[in-house]
Ligand binder design. Structure first.
Ligand SMILES: Cc1cc2nc3c(=O)[nH]c(=O)nc-3n(C[C@H](O)[C@H](O)[C@H](O)COP(=O)(O)O)c2cc1C
Length: 156
């Protein structure tokens, strides 16, 4: 079965990307990675802290999928400063998620409190479904495949 959903995500160290791929394979849907115009490189800590604090989000490259074709968007982000990552704010600002049903998955290293609520506030014109939290200890994923695939299987 091919459903009309798209997995879109941002990922720096591949945690969110690998979860995105697992979900997309399970549901047989396409993925799109968000790319910032400028790479963060060695300045990621300082730069992202400033972005989140100042609400000054990065430019992202044009998206390759036509969002008009999708009703359901599965949205993946790392946690940055107990917030969604700043490129996700940039994505939301483009307006492509308006009117969609959004299934968020959020990867975290230690503290993810309130990130889902922030997404809900940022997406008042979308239907935001309960999110999946995926925990990492360094590069090791603590959340098992079973939990991820269970969550994915509820996506309609
Ligand atoms: C700049 C920065 C800030 C972060 N802030 C948090 C945080 O506030 N809470 C948390 O749980 N993890 C935080 N992390 C850890 C990431 O959310 C976690 O490692 C995530 O899985 C990385 O995903 P990625 O590999 O897809 O980029 C932070 C990581 C970076 C790089």
């Amino acid at each position: 079965m091919t459903m009309k959903a798209l997995v879109i995500y941002y990922s720096v160290s591949n945690h969110t990307a690998s979860v995105a791929n697992l979900i997309a394979e399970k549901l047989n849907v396409e993925t799109e990675a968000i790319h910032t115009k400028d790479a963060y490189g060695d300045y990621i800590i300082d730069k992202t802290k400033r972005e989140i604090e100042n609400k000054d989000y990065p430019s992202i490259l044009p998206l390759s999928h036509n969002f008009d074709e999708y009703d359901t968007v599965i949205l993946g982000t790392p946690t940055w400063w107990v917030s969604p990552s700043s490129p996700i704010y940039s994505l939301i600002k483009t307006g492509v998620l308006k009117g969609k049903t959004i299934y968020p998955f959020i990867t975290t290293g230690f503290d993810v409190s309130g990130v889902e609520e922030k997404l809900r506030e940022l997406l008042p014109d979308s239907k935001v479904m309960p999110s999946l939290i995926v925990s990492y200890t360094n590069a090791f994923r603590e959340t098992g495949d079973g939990e991820i695939l269970d969550w994915a299987s509820k996506i309609k």
